[in-house]
Design a protein around this ligand. Structure first.
Ligand code: ADE
Length: 387
């Protein structure tokens, strides 16, 4: 890829073009970036490249002659000629991909109040902005184009994979990354990333991408290529928010529990709710197939964990000060939807059946809480099956 940058200030560009990945790519001949000083084409006595604007106003305007001469002397056949300007269409990854397919690019940098319109009309194909703000000139914007385009040129990045998975190339924001140590200032790397199960890791990353995109850039979800599983995941996120709102309106502070990422947490719960002698059999059934997912429900559903029901359950679920074990409080688990919530102050949830009404009419759910070292569950839809 050949890129020519036409500028009045080539010194603004030299440093960044010789450092890090760009510097290496240029040294290796993977990209060829040429800086052209527009002033070298000025034909007037003082090599002036700008003058006052006709009609008055602040600042200076770049003269058409040096600009047109510089473009004409440097344009290669088929070259895409781009003027960096806040008036242009806004750069995004799709445009970057489009440019990366070009054999050569010419980037014209304006300075001061811009370039005489006739020069643009004569020799520019398109205007390009890097965002809705105004820079002192197009040089930094041109660098951004060079950087973003270069990393799509084969060989510029270490491995072909590095540019395939990240924000925008998947149409979604990138999932969070972690490196050593596994614990830093008390903050742990999600268990799933330490486990080495590649399918689990890929699924977790995809879900984190969906979650971040939904929170920060929801409009991207309209154009991102989504699978049916992604859509299902997004519906579950909607549902989780709906339930959190319902709980919050009842004065219950809750957070969605990510059982998938919190394997250790899931296992801790599991070993507390399932009596020792039944654990082996329970683990086999509850943790098989869709690993970790639905573990709590399965344990109750299959009768491995002690459960109570009806009024007895409600009595047991009444707030108890010693309920601080296991993160303090209770877990609400929606069986069918496979959603779990940690309730910070379950005592605010004074009446269990009300929870069912809050969430859905036809609603299968378990409510589990630890108390005096025991864990009790209340399972509405499966009441009849509970021993
Ligand atoms: N020149 C000045 N501001 C600019 C912007 N936002 N994008 C591209 N070129 C510019």
């Amino acid at each position: 890829m050949k890129i020519k940058i036409l500028t009045l200030f080539p010194e603004m560009l030299e440093g960044p073009l010789h450092a890090s990945i760009l510097g290496r790519a240029i040294d290796a001949g993977l990209i060829d970036v040429e800086l052209v000083n527009i002033r070298d084409y000025a034909k007037n006595k003082h090599n002036n490249a700008d003058d006052y604007p006709f009609g008055g106003g602040a600042g200076m305007v770049m003269l058409p002659q040096p600009v047109v001469d510089a473009v004409e002397a440097n344009a290669l056949p088929g070259m895409r000629r781009i003027y960096m300007s806040p008036r242009g269409r806004t750069l995004n990854q799709k445009i970057v991909e489009e440019y990366a397919q070009c054999e050569s690019l010419l980037l014209l940098c304006g300075h001061y109040e811009g370039v005489d319109q006739r020069a643009l009309d004569l020799c520019i194909d398109e205007e390009l902005s890097i965002g809705d703000y105004v820079l002192t000139g197009g040089e930094l914007a041109a660098l951004i184009v060079v950087d973003a385009v270069s990393r799509l040129i084969p060989g510029v990045l270490g491995s072909d994979e590095s540019s395939a998975d990240e924000s925008f190339s998947t149409g979604l924001l990138e999932y969070p990354q972690y490196t050593r140590p596994a614990e830093f200032r008390g903050m742990k790397v999600p268990d799933v990333l330490l486990g080495g199960n590649h399918a689990d890791i890929a699924a977790w990353r995809r879900r984190e991408s969906l979650k971040l995109t939904r929170e920060r850039r929801p409009e991207l979800l309209n154009s991102a290529p989504l699978t049916e599983a992604d859509r299902e995941e997004l519906r579950r996120m909607e549902r989780a928010d709906e339930i959190l709102r319902a709980l919050s309106s009842d004065g219950v502070r809750a957070e969605r529990l990510d059982m998938f990422a919190e394997t250790a947490y899931a296992k801790a719960w599991f070993s507390r709710i399932v009596p020792e002698e039944r654990r082996r059999a329970a683990r086999k059934q509850c943790f098989s197939g869709r690993r970790h997912v639905g573990w709590l429900y399965q344990a109750f559903e299959m009768g491995y964990a002690p459960s109570v029901r009806g009024e007895e359950a409600e009595a047991k679920f009444a707030a108890k000060p010693e309920d601080a074990a296991l993160g303090g409080g209770a877990v609400l688990y929606l069986n069918r939807e496979n959603l779990a919530f940690r309730l910070e102050n379950p005592e605010a949830l004074s009446h269990l059946p009300r929870l069912a009404l809050l969430t859905a009419p036809d609603f299968s759910w378990s409510f589990a809480r630890s108390s005096r070292g025991e864990l009790y569950s209340y399972t509405k839809a499966t009441e009849a099956n509970i021993p």
